[in-house]
Ligand binder design. Structure first.
Ligand code: ADP
Ligand code: MG
Length: 435
């Protein structure tokens, strides 16, 4: 299959060739003809599958075919969860539309709105936006969305995770009823299905696996260690291996800052990227990482989501994510473009449960080892330690006691189950706030 066979115009084919793409990716092959036909899409595609081109190329074509010669209302709206992702999509559209008379602007929070407002005022066809800034400018009458023909929700699952549900609803209410909708999400949770049912019109389902399935091409290792030894261990790994481009994930913003400072103090050029950093600092860190002036990029899950970081040989989980799916997103940054990659996780004893959840999701066990001098002081998780006679007897006694309790109080088991469930969801919420 070629891009030409998908029905794209010469001006787009020229830009695609200049980008160096020789053939469409799976998601592009599936999505482009459907979008050109005017269908609504519900697409499941992870980062790195080429979905940006999958939706922008056909939208560009449709816009170019039907553009008013003088008048330029915003006709395509692309919503994304993070500033980096918005900037990246904008850059891509600029390249793909090089030979078309189509104007695009990107807006997001964290920077002064003046330039964004000025460029909207000059007339644009496509607006790429994060929800917050879009609602801000719309409520100040700096832009109007009543002529939007195409709506794209990119990384919709992450938008919901970040609490954008209400903002999305507000934005939907500002759009004309008749329009084409494209929704992209890495997962299809209950919430996503609900969102999709709320605004997609007879959507076609499209799915695409990452070009190189994570589980196969990436070497995944877990190093068991102690919390207190992690910083020294990660510095040792990076130095001994002489790794030059390493993406490191931490669970919290403060953790990212702390680790970054420590690395710098050891002479390793590092930068942190997370929600508390100014837009300028984040852009600078990412640019530095791409041009190799920054050797280690320390990121939280949300900040890293959707970033296009090419050719990444090493990803390290300084801490395991407490949501197993995030692990897959994290390690999906390595081994791209057919290259092999290595994903290393530093696992302390309090994280063993997270590791188990990840292995269950992946349906495979990670290679679990220790590095001499950095072993965990408490060896292996409790349930792998050979049990003493005493412990076995004790457990037996506990089991018997529990059985007795259940017989005495038939509801006891149910109550316990409910309690542990609500406790789990509380923890989950907490961890989201921290990021
Ligand atoms: P996603 O949005 O799924 O994360 P992107 O659209 O950002 O994926 O694409 C990931 C990378 O692959 C980018 O560097 C992009 O330029 C490149 N790419 C996209 N489509 C193709 C293609 N058909 N051939 C080669 N490279 C491509
Ligand atoms: Mg993308």
């Amino acid at each position: 299959m070629t891009f030409k066979e998908l029905g794209l115009s010469d001006n787009l084919l020229k830009a695609i060739a200049e980008k160096g793409y020789t053939k469409p990716s799976t998601i592009q092959e599936k999505a482009i003809p459907l979008v050109l036909k005017g269908k609504d899409l519900l697409a499941s595609a992870q980062t790195g599958t080429g979905k940006t081109a999958g939706f922008t190329l056909p939208i560009l074509q449709l816009l170019a075919e039907t553009r008013h010669p003088k008048y330029r209302p915003i006709r395509a709206l692309i919503l994304t969860p993070t500033r980096e992702l918005a900037a990246q999509i904008y850059d891509n559209i600029r390249e793909y539309s090089k030979h078309l008379d189509i104007r695009t602007t990107v807006i997001f929070g964290g920077v002064k709105p003046k330039k964004q407002i000025d460029s909207i005022r000059r007339g644009i066809d496509i607006l790429v936006a994060t929800p917050g800034r879009l609602i801000d400018l719309e409520s100040q009458n700096k832009l109007s969305l009543n002529r939007v023909d195409y709506l794209v929700l990119d990384e919709a699952d992450r938008m919901l995770d970040m609490g954008f549900q209400r903002d999305i609803n507000k934005i939907l209410a500002l759009l004309p009823k008749k329009r084409q909708n494209l929704l992209f999400s890495a997962t299809f949770s209950k919430e996503i299905k609900k969102l999709a049912n709320g605004f997609l019109h007879h959507p076609v389902m499209v799915e695409a696996e990452p070009e190189n399935s994570t589980v196969e091409k990436i070497i995944q290792k877990a190093y068991r260690t102690d919390k207190s030894k992690k910083t020294a261990l990660i510095i040792k790994l990076i130095s001994d291996g002489n790794w030059q481009q390493v993406l490191v994930f931490t669970r919290t913003k403060h953790g990212a800052n702390r680790l970054c400072k420590k690395m710098i103090s050891k002479g390793i050029k590092a930068a942190a990227i997370h929600g508390n950093k100014s837009q300028a600092a984040r852009t600078k860190a990412l640019a530095g990482f791409k041009d190799s002036t920054v050797r280690v990029l320390v990121a939280t899950d949300i900040a890293a989501r959707g970033l296009d970081i090419p050719l990444l040989p090493h990803v390290i989980n300084y801490e395991l994510p407490n949501i197993a799916e995030d692990y897959v997103h994290r390690i999906g940054r390595t081994g791209r473009a057919g290259a092999n990659g290595e994903a290393i996780s530093l696992v302390s004893s309090d994280e063993v449960a997270y590791l188990k959840a990840i292995e269950k999701l992946l349906k495979q066990k990670l290679i679990s080892t220790v590095i001499e001098g950095y072993e965990p002081s408490e060896i292996t998780p409790d349930n792998e330690k050979p049990k003493t006679k005493e412990q076995k007897l004790d457990e037996q006694r506990q089991r018997q006691q529990r059985r007795k309790n259940r017989l005495a109080k038939p509801n006891a088991k149910k109550e316990k189950g409910q309690y542990s469930k609500s406790n789990k969801s509380r923890n989950r919420n907490k961890s989201h706030k921290k990021r």
